[in-house]
Design a protein around this ligand. Structure first.
Ligand SMILES: Cc1cc2nc3c(=O)[nH]c(=O)nc-3n(C[C@H](O)[C@H](O)[C@H](O)COP(=O)(O)OP(=O)(O)OC[C@H]3O[C@@H](n4cnc5c(N)ncnc54)[C@H](O)[C@@H]3O)c2cc1C
Length: 404
């Protein structure tokens, strides 16, 4: 094989999605030499994540990026809940115990663009786009990463982090044990010019025929998501508008629709997130239902934790095993909590039929929105109550003292 050797890096990151890009900048800020290998050459066509939670803004602030994100996004302070019996209540973020009392709505394509631009700040980061990683081999002191940019090449790095997403090939190569399943629930979604008067509010409609979710986006747009009975890979033109009209009462003219896609949530979590010098991060390590908007945010917290671990163990190899075990343990616990919450919320939200809708309306109106737990709803959906959601909340002193 005609392989051209590159100089060895401290860390090679496979995948420049939001998590890989954030990790690269966090490592670059610590002066580490980082290689990022990404298959794409353009920004992702489909925007997935839109909700950025307060703990993630805290992490972005460490790179001086929080203001830039807030400037570009929409601040969602209230989420209104509707049922068969009308308006049920509101989950408000206005009083949550955090300096950011909102969920930021910003399409994932924008998040990726800002994080990619940020790499330019660090001369120690090399981004190679348009390359496919085909193999990772581990040695005693470093790894060999084979990739192809038209010519087969090999790079060397002391640690490899797989941020290659939900269908991670690195996860397959490592054969790490995982558990997971499909939920058997399906959705279509699309972004529209927003002609409603909903402004910056999020609205969820829980109906007997299925759920409708509606979120504001920057640029005068709004995202609509509708539950469907089965998976519809290519939704016919106008279908999303029809479902929204029937269940939530809004007219969405087809000419206002910018894009559409479908998704069928599943869950997956690995028992361990590392094998010697290769570490999984973000969706490569755990996948959760997008309902509740936690996947990317969980990946951001992985990246923050891992940047601190790598910074420490690159200086002192003897700390590698305990600190990587701590990464597995604490990030595993955070991911399990987020996966469980996402599954629970989706299960409850996707009940169909009149009798279950009556029960759901009662629970939302009287327990969640008016009962004693109503004050916990904002912090819960803002991910403030996810364990170890930022490095400051991890009881491993060596990590916290390294934080920039
Ligand atoms: C409909 C939907 C809505 C969502 N909404 C939210 C939300 O509101 N909030 C939230 O927090 N999360 C949300 N999520 C989840 C979020 O999109 C993911 O958690 C996030 O994309 C994970 O980021 P990542 O960087 O780990 O992986 P990815 O974004 O999947 O990035 C992986 C990257 O690796 C590259 N790659 C893969 N294999 C290779 C290879 N062999 N060689 C080179 N490059 C490779 C890919 O090209 C890609 O760029 C949503 C998901 C969906 C589907």
């Amino acid at each position: 094989m005609n392989c051209t050797a590159l100089p060895p890096f401290d860390v090679a990151i496979i995948g420049a999605g939001p998590v890989g890009l954030l990790l690269a900048s966090l490592l670059g800020a610590k002066g580490l030499r980082v290689l990022v290998l990404e298959r794409r050459t353009e920004l992702p066509a489909h925007s997935q994540a839109i909700g950025i939670t307060p703990p993630s803004l805290k992490i972005l602030a460490k790179l001086g990026l929080d203001d830039e994100f807030i400037r570009r996004g929409v601040l969602v302070r209230d989420c209104h809940l509707h049922g068969e019996s009308g308006h049920l209540g509101c989950v408000s973020f206005r009083d949550i115990p955090d300096e950011h009392r909102f969920i930021l709505s910003l399409p994932q394509t924008h998040t990726v663009a800002v994080l990619q631009e940020k790499l330019r700040d660090h001369s120690t980061i090399t981004l190679r786009a348009g390359v496919e990683v085909t193999e990772v081999r581990q040695g005693d002191s470093q790894c060999a990463i084979s990739f192809n940019d038209g010519t087969p090449r090999v790079a060397q790095a002391r640690y490899v982090v797989a941020c290659d997403g939900a269908r991670s090939r690195v996860r397959e190569w490592l054969k790490l044990k995982s558990t997971g399943r499909n939920y058997g629930v399906h959705f279509i979604m699309g972004d529209f010019v927003d002609r409603t008067s909903l402004k910056h509010e999020a609205h969820l409609y829980f109906t007997a025929q299925g759920t409708i979710e509606s979120f504001p986006l920057p640029g005068g747009l709004r995202r609509w998501i509708a539950q469907t009975r089965e998976r519809i890979d290519c939704p016919p033109a106008g279908l999303l508008g029809q479902l929204v009209k029937k269940r939530a009462g809004f007219e969405l003219p087809p000419e206002d629709q910018l894009n559409q896609s479908s998704f069928s949530p599943r869950r997956l979590n690995c028992e361990r997130y590392h094998d010697r010098r290769v570490i999984l991060c973000g969706d490569a390590a755990h996948v959760m239902s997008p309902i509740g908007g936690q996947g990317m945010n969980t990946g951001f917290a992985d990246a923050e934790f891992l940047a601190n671990v790598l910074d420490t163990i690159l200086l002192d190899q003897s700390r590698a095993e305990p600190l990587l075990a701590a990464y597995d343990r604490y990030r595993g616990k955070a991911a399990r909590t987020a996966i469980h919450r996402a599954g629970l919320g989706m299960w409850f939200g996707t009940w169909t039929g009149k009798p279950l809708s009556v029960i759901r309306d009662f629970v939302i109106r009287h327990l969640l929105c008016r009962g004693p737990i109503r004050h916990h709803m904002g912090p819960y959906y803002a991910m403030l109550t996810i364990p170890y959601n930022t490095i400051e909340r991890v009881p491993v002193d060596a990590l916290k003292s390294q934080t920039a």
